[in-house]
Every structure is written in structure tokens, then in C-alpha cells.
Write a protein of this length. Structure first.
Length: 242
């Protein structure tokens, strides 16, 4: 762990832990690899949250300094704006997550523009294309801190290459000093290496994969030995005979 942490200080990319589980947040908030958190309504439901506001504020009592994203769940511009402004008041470390479209496929450009002009820190979520990135950039106030979450893992799940989208998105957003690209929907530890090679500012990772990243640095020889020992132990424990 110590070697990994010392190396991570030289890495520009920051790891955000993707969870709404209180126990995991308590644990990961102490992990030196974790520099922030991201949540969404699905993670909140999965964690058993019954009241969105009170549960979010429980999380904020633990994570009161590191950046954390909470998402609106309204489906129209008026209520998205109302929810976003409420969430923004929860803390200075809060980023408000706004989906790039609603369920009727309407681009939420007006919402993004109004909130950005108000100086609210935003995390624009569910992005999959550079065309979507371009549309968002046109609505942003250059003085507003904004994260653009590109769902790389979900792209790869359906056979699409996220690397080209990530790289081009970083390139076209360079003029916006306060806009950062985030590699979202991480599926495996190696995605961290890929995101780093693409020069992403952030990557959001579930706790189980962060634990695996903590093991980076093992040699091929140690991996081989660990694998063989595991097979041998399992065969012995199962009392297999030939």
C-alpha cells in the first residue's frame, strides 16, 4: 500500500469513490487514494436511502471536505433547477449532477447554462459522445467549475471504444480551465491506467476496484505464485482425488 500511495502523489488523475453506502464512505474517506466521492439515485436506492435529503446529509457529515456529487432526479427544467439549487446549499464541497438529457431526450442546456451562470459547481452526467461534450461547453460559464462525466465503461459494455471519445473531449475542452473530464462507470482496475494515459482529471471507481488498485505493483512472478497457491489450496480443501 505504501508504495502505491507514494506513486499516486505523482499522478495527476484523482480517484473519486463511486458509492452511497455509508459504511463504504466511512472506510474510503480514510483511504489516501480517494480524493472525492460520486453518488447517483441508483446508488442511493441500492444503499437503502429512504429520504434523499437526510441520507445525503448523513454522507456529508462524513465527507465534509472532499468533493462529492449528488444528482437531481427531476425530469423537467423547472424542477431540476429547484432541486439543483437545494443540493448546492448542502455544502461548499458539493457538485450538483445534472443529466445531459431527460427521459424525453430533451437536452438540458438551459438548466446547465442557468446553474453555470450562477456559479454552481456542476457534474454533467451520462455523457457518451464528443458532440454532447461540445453542446455542454457552449452552455458553460468559463468561470464555473464543471465536471463532465463520460461513461466509458458502459460504452465498452456495448462494444464501443471510449478512448477516442475521452481523448477528443479533453482536447476540445482545453480552453475551459475549470472544466475537467471524468472517466465514469469504471469496470476493472486497468481502466485507471487507461484514464491516466488519456490525461483524465478524474476517474470514479467503486470501492471493490479501489481495493484492487491498492495492489498495483505486484510482479509477474508473485502473481504466478499466488495463482498456483490458490489452485493448490482449493484442490486440497475440496479433497480431490485422481
Amino acid at each position: 500500500m505504501k508504495k502505491i500511495i507514494s506513486k499516486s502523489k505523482k499522478i495527476k488523475i484523482k480517484i473519486f469513490c463511486d458509492t452511497a453506502d455509508i459504511k463504504e464512505i466511512k472506510k474510503m474517506n480514510k483511504n489516501l487514494l480517494v480524493e472525492g466521492f460520486t453518488t447517483n439515485p441508483s446508488l442511493m436506492k441500492q444503499a437503502g436511502a429512504k429520504n434523499y435529503i437526510s441520507y445525503s446529509k448523513r454522507i456529508l457529515k462524513i465527507c465534509n471536505k472532499k468533493p462529492i456529487s449528488f444528482e437531481v432526479f427531476a425530469n423537467d427544467e423547472k424542477n431540476m433547477l429547484l432541486q439543483a439549487r437545494k443540493i448546492n446549499k448542502w455544502g461548499k464541497n458539493v457538485y450538483v449532477k445534472i443529466p445531459i438529457i431527460n427521459t424525453k431526450e430533451m437536452f438540458m442546456g438551459n438548466v446547465i447554462k442557468k446553474l453555470s451562470d450562477d456559479g454552481i459547481k456542476l457534474n454533467i452526467t451520462a455523457i457518451y459522445t464528443t458532440q454532447q461534450v461540445s453542446k455542454v461547453l457552449k452552455k458553460l460559464n468559463k468561470n464555473s467549475h464543471t465536471i463532465l462525466s463520460i461513461f466509458s465503461g458502459r460504452m465498452a459494455d456495448v462494444g464501443k471504444d471510449p478512448i477516442a471519445v475521452i481523448k477528443k473531449s479533453i482536447s476540445i475542452s482545453k480552453k475551459f480551465k475549470k472544466v475537467k473530464i471524468l472517466w465514469a462507470s469504471t469496470r476493472e482496475p486497468y481502466n485507471y491506467i487507461q484514464a491516466k494515459q488519456c490525461n483524465c482529471a478524474y476517474i470514479t471507481i467503486p470501492p471493490r476496484i479501489i481495493e484492487k488498485i491498492s495492489q498495483f505493483g505486484k510482479t509477474y512472478n508473485s502473481l504466478t505464485l499466488d495463482t498456483v497457491k490458490k489452485f493448490y489450496k482449493d484442490a486440497k480443501d475440496a479433497n480431490y482425488k485422481l
